[in-house]
Write a protein that binds this ligand. Structure first.
Ligand code: ATP
Ligand code: MN
Length: 463
């Protein structure tokens, strides 16, 4: 007998169908002659109502252990449900209990739990409505991302997780070592001798796959990465994780305008896909988490994003009728409060900010003719702030070398990156999208720790 997914039965099950399901009990309601049990297998927000009649074999014992959290297999017949809000229910013929869950100690009660509490039970929280919906939407987002790029002929490439290039976010890197931390080898000058380490040099967890993606774009034209990245950021914010997933397309023969076009089409596509494939979950977020979730999705899909240069954005912020905690002036990086003001108050939709000052952006961004700004673009979203960071890359060898020197970076370790400008260089561009920020934006979840199954943050790596 095949096991049916509950989502399929809820959508397509017909009265008189003989079916078997498996799942976990969400609720139990005992009546005089029968008991209702709601069984959920994670395939949908709703569970299937199972009706156990008192003439089932071992009825009394089965009912006693079928408490919230218990795992069961139920075989029976679908019938039209007389109850409101559900089309069908399952009249049980046989019930097998795999494992019970002591109601005295099972941490998930019927009442609403805070997300803070749920984080302390990371091994059980996926069984709740909200986390269940989040992880189904997360799955749909991943699928949409691959579909989007695959439909456009992008190659999915796997960039390394362990890397020796430390040129991106200095200070935010986790070191990877197999040295004995109890007796670390030292050089004559007293520094740690990484030559004796596993790779013969110091290695890190990657903060971005971009530099390697550029290598592959110079062979395959259009590529993307979608994998984990790591940042030892000690900022305990609701938008930063130490381990998060990033989507990074990289396109050869592409300038900043092409990059912006792709990013906007990409976000529209992903929102559309999730609305189509997870309507109940999105409805739930709109009702229970943030009542602007559906309007936001509609806004993303149907309206053009706003676009403004950094210089004009600063002018707007300087004129804003509010005082910001952090100062605003040309040359300073935008803080989250500035980003949110632009997206939430000024434009009321995602806004693409371009052409940032050279000093606050990475060395690889293409220098504008004015010498002061670079071809960068960040997409700022209401409530989230920066969700995408991208740029056209510097493809001119001499300019790139000057930028590297100006930042005091070691050119030797970037020899291969410079080689790409020596051999068949082309204009190219790409961006990085924080996957968890996208899921946050889509679901209205306020804390990034609640959109990844096992969040890694300062002082927290349980589960
Ligand atoms: P922020 O200023 O918000 O820290 P960033 O400038 O460090 O972002 P980038 O280096 O441009 O970000 O990374 C690309 C994208 O990755 C960002 O737009 C954001 O969506 C996401 N991102 C960056 N850091 C984190 C983090 N610690 N946790 C989750 N997502 C992140
Ligand atoms: Mn950062």
């Amino acid at each position: 007998m095949t096991i049916r997914r509950i989502v399929d039965l809820l959508r397509h099950g017909q009265p008189d169908d003989t079916v078997t399901i498996q799942g976990w009990v969400r609720t139990k309601r005992e009546q005089k002659e029968f008991t209702f049990v709601e069984v959920n297998d994670g395939s949908a927000m709703a569970g299937l109502q199972v009706v156990l009649n008192q003439d089932l074999p071992d009825y009394a014992e089965v009912i006693k252990i079928l408490n919230t959290g218990a795992s069961v297999k139920v075989a029976g017949i679908l019938v039209v449900s007389p109850a409101k809000g559900q089309r069908i229910e399952l009249r049980a013929d046989t019930v097998t209990v795999y494992g019970d869950a002591d109601p005295e100690t099972y941490p998930l009660q019927k009442k609403r739990h805070s997300f803070e509490f749920l984080r302390t039970i990371g091994h059980l929280r996926s069984r709740t409505n909200t986390l269940g919906a989040v992880f189904r939407v997360r799955n749909a987002c991943s699928t949409a991302i691959h579909n989007f790029f695959q439909e456009r002929g992008f190659l999915w490439v796997h960039t390394p997780i362990i890397t020796a290039s430390d040129c991106e976010g200095a200070g935010e890197l986790f070191t990877v070592t197999s040295l004995d931390l109890g007796s670390v080898p030292k050089t004559k000058t007293g520094d740690i001798d990484f030559e004796q380490d596993f790779f013969g040099r110091r290695a890190y967890l990657t903060v971005s796959g971009q530099l390697e993606a550029e290598i592959l774009a110079m062979a395959f034209t259009n590529v993307y990465t979608f994998g984990p990245t790591f940042r030892a950021e000690n900022s305990n914010t609701s938008r930063h994780l130490a381990e998060f997933w990033m989507v990074e397309p990289e396109m050869a023969f592409c300038d900043l305008d092409g990059n912006i076009e792709l990013a906007e089409a990409f976000l529209k596509y992903v929102f559309q896909y999730v609305l189509e494939t997870c309507p109940e979950d999105m409805e739930f977020f709109n009702q229970r988490i943030d009542d602007s979730v559906l309007a936001t999705a509609d806004n993303i899909i149907n309206n053009e994003f706003a676009q403004i240069t950094y210089t004009d954005a600063i002018a707007l912020l300087e004129k804003a009728d509010r005082t910001f905690e952090f100062p605003v002036s040309w040359g300073l990086d935008l803080q989250s409060e500035h980003e949110r003001y632009l997206a939430e108050v000024q434009f009321k939709k995602p806004v693409i900010v371009t052409d940032y000052p050279t000093q606050i952006k990475a060395f690889y961004m293409r220098l504008n003719d004015n010498g002061k700004t670079v071809r960068a673009m960040d997409i700022l979203a209401p409530k989230i702030g920066e969700i995408v960071g991208g740029s056209q890359r510097e493809e001119r060898l001499d300019v790139l070398e000057r930028r590297i020197d100006a930042q005091g970076m070691p050119k030797e370790s970037l020899w291969w990156y410079l080689d790409l400008r020596r051999y068949g260089t082309v204009p190219h561009a790409g961006f990085g999208l924080g996957f968890e920020r996208l899921v946050q934006f889509m679901t209205g979840m306020t804390n990034i720790r609640d959109v990844i199954p096992f969040p890694r943050t300062p002082l927290s790596a349980e589960f």
